[in-house]
Design a protein around this ligand. Structure first.
Ligand SMILES: C[S@@+](CC[C@H](N)C(=O)[O-])C[C@H]1O[C@@H](n2cnc3c(N)ncnc32)[C@H](O)[C@@H]1O
Length: 258
């Protein structure tokens, strides 16, 4: 049997290339709402993690169809969308054109981007490359891409959510039991879907510090009582009690990383 994890980037690229059209059709309405984060559509106006982008050069790392660039970064001086999947990028090009935004898109992996050192003021994503790549590869790459004082902001599924899914049964609902270990988790293979990554909070903190980042915030999102979503794996009752998503906001220090 094919080892899906040995070349996880290829596994994820093949998944997203195959799934892009269905995914966009299923979630188009939810994703098109401007300035909303994640499966619960949490407003940027509530989180305030991107803020003012006037004059900034920004990169969406794993942009999919670029709805988040359009929603939170249309006022940036320069925008770039990067994604590993050509099929997703075809949707991005169409959406950016419809929005009237001149924004180049680049087909590459978030772990090895074709940009020069210190090219960006802000790197961000919403369930993008920070969810589907090994953080031990993306964090140093983002540290390289950011100018001193630049920010990395990203939303991803919590480790709580990932360990509460019955592994090996991709269609099972999320449970209130722990199904896989917390320690040493790092890579999650759902069998026939994507390969996802997460770390413990302690591991994230040590990784950010090792690459010269200061941590400004970590927001664990609680779903509102009236929340709805097009993501069928998400369960609002569960997400009222435990966080399904977390947003990290970290800043590259003024000095070179260690
Ligand atoms: C859930 S979408 C995120 C885009 C958008 N925010 C959304 O929620 O639809 C995940 C995206 O990450 C991309 N992706 C997966 N692995 C990647 C990698 N190694 N480098 C860059 N992008 C990657 C996928 O192709 C996909 O477009």
């Amino acid at each position: 049997m094919k080892d899906r994890t040995a070349d996880y980037q290829r596994t994820n690229r093949e998944f997203w290339d195959d799934d892009a059209d269905d995914y966009q059709a299923a979630h188009q309405e939810q994703l098109a709402r401007p300035g909303r984060w994640g499966v619960w559509g949490t407003p940027e106006s509530e989180l305030g993690v991107i803020g003012n982008v006037d004059g900034l050069t920004v990169l969406e790392l794993g942009c999919g169809a670029a709805q988040h660039t359009i929603g939170v970064a249309s006022a940036a001086a320069r925008r770039v969308g990067l994604d590993l999947s050509r099929a997703q990028l075809r949707h991005a090009v169409a959406n950016l054109e419809r929005a009237g935004l001149r924004t180049p898109v680049v087909c590459a992996s978030g772990v090895a981007t074709p940009f020069k050192d210190e090219s960006f003021d802000l790197v961000f994503c919403d369930h993008g490359a920070m969810s589907f790549c090994d953080p031990y590869d993306t964090v140093p790459e983002v540290a390289r891409l950011l100018r001193p004082g630049g920010r990395l902001v990203f939303n991803l599924s919590t480790l709580f959510r990932l360990v509460c899914f019955p592994i090996g049964d991709p269609d099972a609902p999320i449970s209130d039991r722990l199904h896989s270990p917390y320690f040493g988790a790092r890579m999650f293979d759902w069998g026939d879907g994507t390969i996802d990554f997460q770390l413990t909070h302690g591991e994230w903190i040590r990784l950010f510090h090792a690459h010269g980042f200061e941590i400004e915030d970590l927001i664990e999102i609680q779903a509102p009582a009236d929340a709805s979503t097009s993501y069928e794996y998400a369960d609002v009752e569960w997400a009222r009690r435990w966080p399904t998503e977390e947003v990290w906001k970290v800043r590259r220090g003024k000095r070179a990383s260690g």
